[in-house]
Design a protein around this ligand. Structure first.
Ligand SMILES: [Zn+2]
Length: 311
């Protein structure tokens, strides 16, 4: 079962305990993780192949995936960690794919009630119509991947869709920074053009915008609906090649109401708990951690409520 890419399928109880102790210490009812990947099996295997091949998606980095269990097991592991709500980040790399992914995501959300129903989009004719359909079908969050999709997020074809999402108040997790590898349209400039047109669009900049952390902080400081997710930022893995500038810590502290926990589970080359410890060691305090790891997302997605019993 275990080749060099695989860890034992049975996640040790100690690891589950470590994650749970983190949020229990903070007095939280659990975690909300806005950046986790669930995709049709065929697509997911393709993505894992990319990571294995050290392809352009990883910028040639060695990237052993930690969690390769079956889909149901992966969802269950998040529950055992105490993740009360998570997402199914999926994204097309070519036209004609987004609508199909969205169809799969409707079904996934139906059979996975703790997953925030996720949808995606691509600059193509008909995008506004299928984005509207997805919102009407109950999509709570969208995912856009500027590097993999290789499109300009300010593409004319997308503007009506952004307008619709801004109007509906549906957040969009967008991979738009130039990490781990740059793309033709990554970086803050195209996003600034989108926001100039739709200043109330609820963009959640994935990976804290790495490596353009500070430029994306600037956009969040300027536009109050712009948020950032922590996905992979501050970890040993990321710090080794895209370190967070320590001088920007005060800005990160001030943006505490706009930062959301994201992890990239299951596509991560280290255990889940490491992301949490990476946030903790920033030393921004328990209030900051509570907001980032649960409260901000609970407010944004309206998932606040009494703690659930059991695991
Ligand atoms: Zn991701």
């Amino acid at each position: 079962m275990n080749d060099h890419h695989t860890v034992p399928v049975d996640t040790p109880a100690a690891e589950v305990e470590e994650v749970r102790r983190f949020w229990e210490r903070l007095g939280l009812p659990g975690l909300i993780d806005v950046h986790t990947h669930f995709m049709p099996e065929r697509v997911h295997s393709k993505v894992w192949e990319y990571f294995d091949a050290l392809g352009p998606m990883t910028g040639g980095l060695e990237w052993p995936i930690t969690y390769r269990q079956e889909e149901a097991e992966r969802a269950d592991l998040l529950r055992r960690f105490g993740v009360r709500a998570f997402t199914a980040m999926l994204y097309p790399h070519k036209p004609g794919m987004a609508r199909w992914l969205n169809g799969w995501a409707v079904d996934f959300a139906r059979r996975t009630p703790d997953c925030l129903h996720t949808a995606t989009l691509y600059p193509e004719p008909g995008v506004e119509a299928y984005v509207r359909e997805a919102v009407e079908a109950g999509a709570r969050v969208f995912k856009a991947h500027v590097q993999v999709g290789a499109y300009d997020p300010a593409d004319e074809l997308l503007l009506p869709a952004w307008g619709l999402l801004a109007e509906a108040g549906v957040p969009v997790v967008i991979h738009c920074g130039s990490g781990p590898a740059p793309g033709k349209h990554t970086g803050p400039e195209p996003i600034a053009r989108v926001l100039a047109r739709h200043p109330r669009l609820r963009l959640i900049v994935a990976h804290m915008g790495m490596p353009e952390f500070e430029e994306f902080f600037g956009l969040a400081e300027r536009y109050r609906e712009v948020r950032l997710d922590t996905t992979m930022a501050f970890t040993d893995f990321t710090e080794s090649f895209m370190p967070f500038p320590r001088t920007a810590l005060p800005r990160l502290a001030d943006l505490g109401d706009r930062v959301l926990l994201g992890t990239d589970f299951p596509n991560i080359p280290y255990p889940y708990a490491h992301q949490l410890h990476a946030l903790e060691r920033l030393d921004l305090g328990a209030d900051w951690l509570r907001a980032v790891c649960h409260d901000n997302a609970a407010e944004l997605f309206g998932t606040a409520g009494p703690a659930q019993d059991g695991v």
